[in-house]
Design a protein around this ligand. Sequence first.
Ligand SMILES: Cc1cc2nc3c(=O)[nH]c(=O)nc-3n(C[C@H](O)[C@H](O)[C@H](O)COP(=O)(O)OP(=O)(O)OC[C@H]3O[C@@H](n4cnc5c(N)ncnc54)[C@H](O)[C@@H]3O)c2cc1C
Length: 291
Amino acid sequence: MKLSDILSSADKPLISCEFFPPKTDKGEENLWNCLNELRSINPAYISVTYGAGGTTQDRTKGIVTRIKDETGLSPVAHLTCVGANKEELAALLADYQAAGIENILALRGDAPEGMDHFEAAAGGFSHATDLIAFLREQGDFSIACATYPEGHPESKGGMADDIRYLKIKQENGADAAVTQYFFDNDTFFRFRDDCRAAGITLPIIPGIMPVGNFDQIVRFSSMCGAKIPDWLHEQMVPIKDNLDAVKAMGIELAVKQCRELLQAGVPGLHFYTLNKSEATIAIRKKMTDLL
Ligand SMILES: Cc1cc2nc3c(=O)[nH]c(=O)nc-3n(C[C@H](O)[C@H](O)[C@H](O)COP(=O)(O)OP(=O)(O)OC[C@H]3O[C@@H](n4cnc5c(N)ncnc54)[C@H](O)[C@@H]3O)c2cc1C
């Protein structure tokens, strides 16, 4: 089902889950087990990330196709501008259309390992805004995009830039935006208000990262620009070597965050699962009164 239809026909907020293509057979088996377990919380869609290199990119196509054909869940394929020209992107999109994949999360992507900044491929695109416009020409896809309530690390003009570019993503054909994860809801609420004031009407779905390993989250956050508030630091640092305690605290904090977001009218919650189902299911089950 198309993401735009999923969102417009929903009478309550939706849960969605993001996975990355595993590199090993064991990882792949774990992915299908997780997807099976997640059926119990009825996710509206499952999104699958797109890596920076050839083989991992092929895995995205294989996994979204299998999700569609075998699970009855609605897949969303991430797609980036990294390392591909327009012809290569058009060929991949034709494959997606032939396979009945209707939803794309369109991104610029990050620099591949070993490069310190993003460079457009010859004959390719420099920004998600251009990829979105291209996708609109290529077929009848429903398109999601990324946005950054705390600002993208490369944004030269700060938040105003992120809002300006999100507006262009909307004008170029995006149906929804999914945010980078954040821990401070007030920042998200301010960002959402500023987007609405700038004429951005598309659904803005907050990205949720339940903390399961604090050191890992500190590492991810330093790369993607998400801020770790002092209160999170203070709660996590004393227990960080006890992974069970971190997981339990991570779930408790995510429930609090998600409940506040739902009470403030968000259209859905997008879980960065890191290919695990346990935390997402536990959090969802503690919000049955709101979903
Ligand atoms: C929900 C979500 C899913 C993600 N999935 C993946 C994935 O599957 N694979 C992956 O590699 N990465 C993924 N990422 C990471 C993402 O690729 C990086 O954050 C990347 O650095 C920016 O991607 P973007 O689509 O936001 O880029 P853009 O929107 O192109 O923004 C990149 C930078 O350029 C600026 N900019 C944007 N548009 C313009 C313009 N028209 N002119 C000038 N400057 C502009 C922005 O301010 C920003 O600083 C994901 C991120 C999120 C939030």
